[in-house]
Design a binder for this molecule. Structure first.
Ligand code: AP5
Length: 215
């Protein structure tokens, strides 16, 4: 089992990059944010608990997160390759991921840190729109759909995530600084971290990521 971690602040492009890389290289994309949003939509126990934190831009407790990620990875086999988008996000999650991989003879092959300045992250998040049906991401300025408010791919309605309003975004950036940023030094010290400039065009980021993963 091979795991690639995509690390980076809210709006750094983890989801966009993972979606484009996954099909090209045969990875399974695990987005903890998407899994939680699905749980909220379904009204499950986990979804009801998670909703309270997500609305405020706070992190969902580690025990819930570890349970859903480990359960998802168990559905694969020893040859599965995962792109983790949004996990781990705390030292506790990183430690438990390493422990769980050791138990399954798996390993973290790369940690890719998508780095962009906060002003750009705020612009990307306030302008993001998502298709209610198929989940594709758009941006009101940089990735506009052909028809406003309508998904090019499936015709579904585009909506704004409730946590993409400016006040919540500021809290998410703050939470990232307090709880997640320390993972950069953790993986740097282990010699696993690759920094990627994610302020450039998506195609350029994807090419860099593919080169690293293929190399
Ligand atoms: P999550 O959904 O993971 O949110 P996030 O980390 O804040 O990341 P985003 O999905 O907002 O951004 P992204 O980096 O994927 O950027 P994207 O590619 O979409 O988590 C949401 C919440 O769930 C958390 O706040 C927390 O409550 C909870 N949660 C999730 N995981 C958790 C965990 N492990 N532990 C505890 N709680 C957890 O791009 C953003 C926009 O920019 C898009 O519009 C896109 O089109 C555009 N864009 C992207 N790249 C480019 C580019 N290169 N050029 C121009 N535009 C671009």
């Amino acid at each position: 089992m091979e795991v690639v971690i995509l690390l980076g602040g809210p709006g750094s492009g983890k989801g966009t990059t993972a979606e484009r890389v996954r099909g090209r290289l045969g990875y399974i994309h695990i987005s903890t944010g998407d899994m939680l949003r699905e749980a909220v939509k379904n009204g499950s126990d986990i979804g009801r608990k998670a909703d309270l934190y997500m609305k405020r831009g706070e992190l969902v407790p580690d025990d819930i997160m570890i349970e859903i990620v480990v359960e998802r990875m168990r559905r694969g086999n020893k040859d599965s390759k995962y792109l983790l988008d949004g996990f781990p996000r705390t030292s506790e999650q990183a430690t438990l991921l390493e422990k769980s991989l050791a138990d399954e003879n798996g390993e973290i092959s790369h940690v890719l840190f998508l780095d962009a300045p906060s002003e750009l992250l705020i612009k990307r998040l306030t302008g993001r729109r998502i298709c209610r049906e198929c989940g594709i991401n758009y941006h009101v300025e940089t990735m506009r759909p052909k028809k406003e408010g309508v998904c090019d791919a499936c015709g579904g309605e585009l909506y704004q995530r409730p946590d993409d309003h400016e006040s919540t975004i500021k809290n998410r950036l703050d939470v990232y600084g307090r709880q997640t940023e320390s993972l950069i030094s953790r993986y740097k010290e282990k010699g696993m971290l690759k920094r990627i400039d994610s302020s450039v065009a998506v195609d350029n980021i994807v090419n860099v990521v593919v080169d690293i993963l293929e190399g």
